[in-house]
Design a protein around this ligand. Structure first.
Ligand SMILES: *Cc1c(COP(=O)(O)O)cnc(C)c1O
Length: 353
């Protein structure tokens, strides 16, 4: 069997939720499990995240699957519904929905539901993606009071992990919603970790649960987070290059002297980013080295300089324990979110507690 594996550490998921809860001790948590729990497996993550008061995701099908498997906690659909016929299963399964625009609101008003839904009324405070504009929010809330079972006020931050921070959006939120005495939910991982003033009634941790940092300038380790996914494989070949020899498609790396390279059974069809350039960190035999050349569909190259013990069968860590996905992502010009979500279905998953 091909040696690539993703190991999911349930203990790390539990630990990271504990970090979120200690940072926001007065808030309840929607554990964000969209995109198959950021690639970690929905059912597995829901089980490990038993201490979360609710689960939040995007995909109705996945929410229904959770209910079928006996999940009783509140489940929040972060984009609400896309078509009127989705309201029936949503109501039947008691799912909470985000309502973010006038069209959704009109559909909800017209629907004949056996039980009114818990609604998260989303305000656009600057992300300019989803959410009612500030000047329409009061009116939307009035209408929701008539057709929703409960209302929670919600917004999403555009730069809680960056320079601009959250103050400008908080000010807009207060201006549009200030008077309304309703529960609130604002904070993603970055805001949970950096801006206690955003915690409110419900927080929405995502990436931090999976042990990655939302910040470009602060590591997951420093935040006390543990990687929940370790992607590992083995060397399936090794060879020595002489000066002038190159490796892989496009011959993008050429040796300027003798160098030993290992061929790793992992490629972009496994979810490893093809755009990771020469120099991307990788562990061989637990030692940190670098990738060489272009990532192929099923293989990539590792520099074995300084790792004389490396041979066919030697263990390789692509990311996870010992090498943060954040570092690999940065080298590849992306974020850990994308690496985790992109884990391919062809990679066998194992689980540890
Ligand atoms: C994905 C998502 C989150 C979680 O964000 P992280 O940065 O992963 O913590 C929170 N809220 C909403 C609306 C989201 O879509």
């Amino acid at each position: 069997m091909r040696p690539i594996r993703a190991r999911i550490d349930s203990g790390a998921l539990r630990h990271n939720l504990g970090v979120a809860k200690r940072r926001a001790p007065r808030s309840r948590s929607w554990a964000v499990v969209k995109a198959n729990a950021y690639g970690h497996g929905l059912a597995r993550a829901a089980k490990a995240l038993a201490a979360a008061e609710g689960l939040a995701l995007i995909e109705l099908e996945a929410a229904l699957e959770l209910r079928r498997s006996g999940e009783r906690r509140p489940i929040l659909l972060l984009q609400g519904f896309y078509a009127p016929e989705e309201l029936e299963p949503i109501a039947a399964q008691g799912l909470a929905v985000v309502v973010h625009d006038a069209e959704q609101l009109a559909v909800l008003e017209k629907a004949q539901l056996p039980k009114k839904l818990a609604v998260y009324a989303k305000l656009n405070t600057g992300m300019n993606r989803l959410g009612f504009p500030g000047k329409e929010f009061r009116d939307a809330l009035e209408r929701l009071r008539a057709c929703a079972g409960s209302i929670t006020l919600m917004t999403h931050f555009a730069d809680a992990d960056g320079e601009r921070g959250v103050r400008w959006q908080l000010a807009r939120f207060d201006a549009a919603a200030g008077g309304a005495k309703l529960p609130r939910s604002l904070a993603n991982s970055a805001a949970i970790l950096r801006y206690p003033e955003t915690h409110a009634d419900w927080v929405r941790p995502g990436i931090m649960l999976y042990g990655c940092s939302p910040f470009p300038d602060e590591s997951a380790e420093k935040l006390g987070l543990k990687p929940a996914m370790t992607l590992s494989s083995e060397l399936i070949a090794a060879r020595s290059l002489s000066a002038g020899d190159s490796v892989g498609y496009g011959c993008t790396f050429t040796a300027d002297g003798p160098v030993r390279v290992g061929i790793v059974a992992c490629g972009y069809a496994d979810g490893y980013p093809r755009h990771a350039p020469t120099g991307t960190p990788i562990l061989v035999c637990g030692k940190r080295t670098r990738t060489l050349g272009r990532v192929a569909m099923d293989m990539l190259f590792a520099d074995l300089t300084g790792i004389p013990e490396a041979a066919i069968g030697s263990p390789v860590t692509l990311w996870g324990e010992g090498l943060s996905a954040d570092e690999v992502a940065t080298s590849a010009g992306t974020v850990s979110y994308e690496l985790l979500c992109a884990l391919s279905p062809r990679v066998p998953v194992t689980e540890t507690d």
